[in-house]
Design a protein around this ligand. Structure first.
Ligand SMILES: Cc1cc2nc3c(=O)[nH]c(=O)nc-3n(C[C@H](O)[C@H](O)[C@H](O)COP(=O)(O)OP(=O)(O)OC[C@H]3O[C@@H](n4cnc5c(N)ncnc54)[C@H](O)[C@@H]3O)c2cc1C
Length: 318
């Protein structure tokens, strides 16, 4: 079922959803199930599975020289989506990137998703390859998520890259895209970022999921600004319960978001990791309660490979 249909079926009630990351290469599928199992009691209608492109690693050789190697540390997005749909009978949403994909690769990926009975895809540009400053699209690839959305929408209309194909079938993907209440790190301003977000919606995206946020006011302002610009699709807030003190630095660095001073002060009061976790969970519970009061359609929790803090939050709400 499409995310937009799940929202309609929710009848104004906020629902629970989550995002998982594939395990590191070498680990098995059970680690994914161990992550999801404890959260199934909160009845997520859909689960997102992130996509991780290749990255360069440098290996020291016997002669001391470094050898550049391309690796994908977390493959398996497609297989995990199939396994989730099969095991839990909930919608699995693969993330699909511009980065590392030619348009031909994208089309073939989408055909696989369609054949697997996947109804939703999350369309993203992806970041620059690690150790590179700028994002570089593939030679025959999409440069921005808005272009990727157009390609998916073309397939929804039966338009394939090979215009010689006759009597093509159509797909029917519901397309999600990313939004950044604190603006995307490369955008010169929030206005400019929202301008391009609108383009993603104009090209066919029917819902938005935000980058994780720790200050609801930023979400409310963002929604107001999007609505003022004429973006009418649902905007789902992304949340992450802080689980460790280390994340105080890691999260702003990796996701380019600010943490509120009150949260930082509270975390810094404690050296005991259990207490820090309690602070993170309590903050996320309060954030979630306020968002539920505002009748957001979903609360989308980022697991980053760990479900325990999300469970602590969700059991107080769902
Ligand atoms: C909910 C969510 C899920 C994510 N999942 C993944 C994942 O699974 N895997 C992964 O690798 N990353 C993921 N990311 C991270 C994402 O790939 C990065 O943030 C990436 O840098 C931007 O992707 P985007 O789709 O927002 O890009 P875009 O929407 O293409 O925007 C990228 C930048 O370009 C600007 N821009 C857009 N269009 C134009 C244009 N025509 N001209 C000039 N500037 C333009 C935008 O303002 C923005 O600054 C996720 C992010 C979010 C919020």
């Amino acid at each position: 079922m499409k995310v937009t249909e799940h929202i309609t079926n929710g009848n104004g009630k906020t629902q629970f959803s989550l995002e998982i990351i594939p395990p590191l290469k070498g680990e098995n599928l059970q680690s994914i199930f161990n992550n999801i199992d404890p959260l199934m009691e909160f009845k997520p209608p859909f689960i997102d599975v992130t996509y991780h492109r290749e990255e360069y690693v440098y290996k020291e050789m016997e002669n001391g020289l470094l050898k550049k190697k391309i690796v994908r540390k977390r493959p398996g997005t497609v297989g995990i989506c199939a396994a989730i749909q099969n095991k839990y009978n909930v919608d699995a949403i693969p993330h699909i990137l511009c980065g590392g994909f030619t348009k031909e690769d994208t089309e073939n990926f989408l055909i696989d998703m369609d054949f697997l009975g996947i109804d939703n895809v999350m369309a993203l540009r992806g970041d620059a390859v690690k150790n590179e400053t700028y994002f570089k699209p593939e030679k025959e690839g999409n440069s921005y998520a808005s272009e990727l959305v157009s390609q998916i929408q073309d397939l929804n209309n039966g338009i394939y890259l090979d215009d010689g194909l006759q009597n093509t079938s159509t797909t029917d993907f519901c397309i999600g895209v990313a939004g950044y209440p604190e603006k995307h790190m490369e955008a010169p301003s929030l206005d400019s970022d929202i301008h391009f977000l609108k383009k993603k919606v104009k090209n066919g995206a029917t819902y938005i999921v935000t980058q994780m946020l720790f200050d609801n006011q930023k979400y409310f302002n963002f929604v107001d600004q999007c609505r003022a610009e004429g973006i009418t699709v649902p905007i789902i807030p992304g949340l992450k319960p802080l689980g460790t003190k280390k994340q105080l630095n890691l999260i702003p660095h990796r996701f380019k978001v600010d943490l509120p001073d009150d949260l930082i002060k509270e975390v810094l009061k404690f050296s005991d990791s259990k207490k820090v976790r309690e602070v993170g969970v309590e903050w996320c519970v309060q954030q979630s309660k306020e968002l539920i009061k505002k009748e957001v359609p979903f609360l989308h929790y980022y697991s980053m490979g760990k479900s325990n803090t999300i469970k602590d939050v969700a059991k107080q709400l769902f």
